[in-house]
Write a protein that binds this ligand. Sequence first.
Ligand code: MRU
Length: 352
Amino acid sequence: MIDAISFKDKTLHYIDQRFLPLQEKYVATQDYKEAIEAIKTLAVRGAPLIGVAAAYTIMLGINSFNGTKEEFPSFFKSLVAEVEASRPTAVNLFFAAARMKKVYDENFEADTIEVLFAKMNEAASKIHADEIANCDAMSRHGVDQIKIDLAEILKTRKLNVLTHCNTGTLACCGTGSALGVIRLAWQEGLIERVITAESRPLLQGLRLTAWELQQDGIPFVSISDSSSAFLMQRGMIDFGIVGADRIAANGDSANKIGTCAHAISLYHHKLPFYIAAPVSTIDITIPDGTHIPIEERNADELRTIFGTQVATPTTPVLNYAFDVTPSYLIRGIITDKKAVVGNYVEGLAALM
Ligand code: MRU
């Protein structure tokens, strides 16, 4: 498995996902501004990975600090604010920043600056290790749920699964959230073929998920985002599973733009649709999906395809990066603690 992100000798290492799969470009930086830029430009991306990157970016900032202990609080506050402003939707970023702030709040008074920094470094590594472990737990819960829900089909044949965007190692550090479930399901002989929706405009499905599946030798086929309903009509999809960037208290889930259209089609065809996401993706402070901040990205991402202009530069464009799938369309939310089905308000609250 590739190392999508790591932190060694005060240096952040990551694979620049913008160039995949055609180029494997590894970057090493000690500059926290460069790391923030990597989050903004999607060189590093995917909700759990954004959280890990945020924690390490805070460490890069801290390591660049050369003032006195008295000067540190205001430096730290503006550093965290800068990191938090990089991308708005994936709550894992804010969750990771909050964990770093907690270590600061609890230790600043008592510790020397060196001891404080060492504790924060430990916290960042722990956030990373937790996300890796979360993937294994989610995969197990997800496969167990699929075995229950799709037992009838599994008596006679294997399953065809639809997924959207990239939720694998590149997005989560470990085996992945939705892709982790798919990987384990395939290892256990449940999967016939994975159908990866391309995920316009930045093609995380076509470029990144396909790349990860190819490396694992898992059978897959890529489709345009608009093909999924047609494949369902033809009986070519048995269920769908994706990740999430933020899940509200009632289970409404934000994920890569295009997800909601797949979910509506799956619901129409009476096929189960799952969200797989660690508890760090649940935002229990917001009651429903209308409160999830949705990132709007640069119009040129749509007007161009990898640098080639495909529409006039003045074409008006709406480029929302995420949409929100209402919880009634979701059969189950697979977390690292358990698979929540049924009453999401109660089920998700019980996890927190
Ligand atoms: O804009 P991106 O590539 O960061 O969006 C990523 C997604 O939408 C993923 O599906 C989501 O983060 C879940 S990854 C476990």
